[in-house]
Design a protein around this ligand. Structure first.
Ligand code: ADP
Ligand code: ZN
Length: 737
């Protein structure tokens, strides 16, 4: 396909030459005339499209045979400095790999506001030298936002909005001198990071790993390293050494983090290490920050970016290192519009850039584990926790042998363990990966389970909000008095526990204890979550009740007990990845206990009905290798990833008969798959068969490892005409199967 030819060396096109411009519109590549003064390949331009103007990239020579006299010229050159040719190569190869149309890829890579606006001077608010005479609550909020953003600059209106106050409050602080309003160019430079500053003295394992990474960066060329070590073993210190080596070479570095709540702590660490804060890229940054970072990445004027998965699509000028922290984390997979895994795209981008990738995890994905075992990746292990306590002791609580009261989920054994912690002034964490109060609401009169109107999903009771919530589409409604099916009043009952229900049980059993619930739906901002975590870390809670957000990286020094309320949750189900996910999550959660140095090691207790289940046994034995090797063997026997290749085809339409007829038609046309040695499974209803009023069906394509999976799917789908309003997405390497 002509569209995805990698770029040759940047060329210059004189005025009125015929050029091919890739636009973000579905039409993709169009021919235009180069503007007065000419334009270089890879430049960002604004071109007319019908009555509108759209952003495009000068891709190469025009290829159409459209009369030159009738071609329209480029309207304006937005960035004359061309983007790195390797970046365009990355976009086209990522498009090929994910079977995404290239224009969509470009749109994803240009997702920054006001790219079509010229950089102009503007008035911004920065910290002032004076003090406000009177610090009202509103004023304090504004100052807090300034402090939280490390002295960044804001438009006055933006600052007011972030602080939730009127612009007059900001202006008042300016009048008083606590803030200042200055004329600033739109794109302030980032403060320089100093890679020569010394880091912490490393222990032997850390030093060996850091040396290996430094050597690889120094040697140049592409490579991927799996950096493995339990939480707290000092992986971050090690990969910051790799960042230092990359920055010292004058190349850019990117650190991807799964959970944005982590980044505040992380930014402080980077600042402590390199003397300045890096660029930040995630949904929480301001519009002006977003625009600034996008441009600065492209000009090579930001050395280090810390961001969420989409940061991988920033137009870095010379990206030399990508770190994927917690590489196994599910949030690296995007399953919307463009389906991609940031981990895999990091490897692709680095291989094009002759750069290095560091995948850091205590519990690697099976893919990475296998790639390390076969030598495709190098593996570096940090065996011990950095100067800290042992891994927690782990034990199962066999629920079949416990005297469980009805409607109670904390077993007598776990209750005693919590009581012992309370008596010693230590913290306990009760983990249940379920938001809300109860996962099911049942009518005791007719047996109806209250479901969502839009989705094939049950409504989950959220008692703190006093509503039922659909976890698929977010629809909420008040908790009804009468059953929506039989109309009988007062018979609806919550069944099963969520974290809110465990909190209720904790309040009843340990009335003197201070309890805190950590669940993503209970925090409206990353800042609120961060504040709560800081309060807990300082001992502001005796018992923490949390969903998977507690599994990630937070350090609670007084925590010595982790109780997993339902270790069996996630072990069932047809999903082949269930065991892997369950294993990773429970391992991470258990790792929360006993991190502090000096103190006795913590304890992790797993409540289970199946203490002999392979996953539970693997966790208790502490032998991760045994678990991964067994999982890998199972996948290999089934020809499943990473030993075979898999793609999901998801079809959806409001009308069930349209989607099922089309699915059958598609299956009948699947000859190109068979010719490539691939098998088609399905169609079958998707795991969630209806979402937001659309019926969903799924097919899986499985192929041997070496088969040309993408090409076969492209051949198969190319001649197919989609019915109106039918959506078809291709998910290469789906997360669940
Ligand atoms: P991981 O990334 O593996 O979870 P971290 O790098 O965050 O581990 O290290 C855990 C804790 O130990 C952090 O507080 C970190 O500052 C500290 N730490 C790690 N390595 C060292 C070192 N070499 N010297 C001093 N403190 C260290
Ligand atoms: Zn719904």
């Amino acid at each position: 396909m002509a569209l995805s030819q990698p770029m040759k060396m940047p060329a210059f096109f004189p005025a009125r030459a015929r050029i091919g411009v890739l636009t973000c519109e579905p039409v993709g590549m169009l021919d235009y005339l180069a503007p007065e003064g000419g334009v270089r390949q890879g430049a960002l331009v604004l071109v007319p499209l019908g009555p509108r103007r759209v952003i495009g990239l000068v891709w190469g020579e025009g290829v159409g045979d459209f009369d030159l006299a009738k071609l329209r010229p480029v309207a304006r050159v937005l960035e004359a400095e061309p983007f790195d040719a390797r970046f365009l190569d990355f976009l086209s190869r990522a498009a090929d790999y994910t079977l995404t149309p290239l224009p969509l890829m470009l749109r994803m890579a240009t997702r920054a506001p006001d790219l079509d606006q010229p950089p102009a001077a503007r008035r911004v608010i920065v910290p002032g030298s004076g003090q406000a005479s009177r610090m009202t609550e509103a004023r304090a909020r504004v100052m807090q936002v300034m402090a939280d953003h490390g002295g960044a600059s804001f438009a006055a209106s933006e600052l007011a909005q972030l602080a939730g106050v009127g612009v007059s409050v900001v202006k008042g602080l300016v009048t008083q001198g606590a803030l200042a309003e200055i004329e600033a160019p739109r794109d302030l430079p980032y403060p320089a990071l100093d890679p020569a500053r010394p880091g912490k003295p490393l222990d032997a394992d850390q030093q060996a790993a850091a040396d290996a990474l430094r050597a690889k960066l120094k040697a140049g060329g592409y490579g991927t390293t799996l950096l493995r070590g339990v939480t707290g073993s000092g992986k971050t210190e090690v990969y910051l050494e790799a960042v230092a080596a990359c920055l010292a070479q004058g190349r850019q570095a990117l650190v991807l983090l799964p959970e944005i709540a982590l980044s505040a702590e992380f930014l402080d660490r980077v600042e402590a290490r390199f003397g300045a804060r890096p660029g930040e890229w995630h949904s929480g940054i301001t519009r002006s920050e977003r625009r600034r970072l996008w441009h600065m990445a492209g000009r090579g004027e930001v050395q280090l970016v810390v961001g969420a998965r989409s940061a991988l699509f920033l137009p870095f000028r010379d990206l030399g290192l990508v770190v994927v922290d917690e590489e196994h984390d599910g949030s690296y997979k995007q399953e919307d519009v463009v389906y991609y895994s940031a981990r895999d795209m990091a490897v692709l981008r680095a291989s094009i850039n002759a750069g290095q990738v560091v995948l850091a995890s205590a519990t690697p994905s099976l893919e990475s584990w296998v790639n390390a075992a076969t030598g495709k990746y190098q593996r570096l292990d940090l065996r011990s926790r950095y100067g800290a306590a042992e891994l927690p002791e782990m034990a199962a609580i066999d629920l079949r042998a416990e005297a469980m009261e009805a409607g109670r989920w904390i077993s007598p054994t776990l209750v005693r363990a919590v009581e012992a912690r309370l008596a010693r002034g230590e913290q306990s964490l009760l983990f249940l990966n379920r938001r809300g109060f109860a996962p099911v609401t049942v009518c005791r009169a007719c047996g109806e389970q209250v479901g969502c109107h839009q989705c094939d999903a049950r409504m989950v009771e959220h008692r703190f909000q006093n509503r039922l919530v659909c976890h698929q589409c977010g629809e909420t409604r008040p908790i009804p008095l009468a059953c929506p099916s039989c109309g009988v009043e007062g018979k609806l009952a919550p069944v099963g526990p969520g974290v809110e229900r465990i909190a209720e049980e904790v309040a009843a059993r340990f009335p003197e204890a201070k309890a805190e619930v950590l669940s993503s739906d209970l925090f409206h901002s990353a800042r609120a979550l961060k504040e709560t975590i800081a309060r807990i870390a300082e001992g502001g809670a005796d018992i923490i009740i949390g969903t998977q957000i507690v599994a990630k990286g937070h350090n609670f020094p007084k925590l010595t007990l982790v109780g997993v309320i339902d270790a069996d949750l996630g072990l069932q189900g047809a999903d082949l990845r269930a065991a892997e996910r369950s294993f990773q999550l429970m391992r991470q959660v258990a790792g929360r206990a006993g991190r502090q140095s000096g103190a006795a090691p913590g304890v992790a207790l797993l409540q289970t009905h199946q203490p002999d289940h392979a996953v539970i046994r693997a966790i208790l034995s502490g032998s991760d290798e045994a678990f991964w090797d067994a999982e890998a063997a199972g996948r290999q026997a089934a020809g499943m990833p990473p030993f075979g290749r898999l793609a999901g085809i998801i079809l959806s339409h409001p009308d069930l008969s349209v989607v099922s007829d089309f699915a059958r038609h598609l299956a009948d046309a699947a000859l190109p798959l068979a010719e490539a040695g691939a098998e088609l499974w399905g169609p079958a209803p998707a795991p969630i068969a209806r979402v937001r009023g659309r019926h969903r069906m799924r097919m899986l394509v499985r192929a041997p490892r070496q088969a040309p999976l993408q090409a076969a799917i492209a051949d198969w789908l190319a001649p197919i005409k989609l019915p109106v309003n039918l959506r078809l997405s291709v998910d290469i390497d789906p997360q669940s199967f």
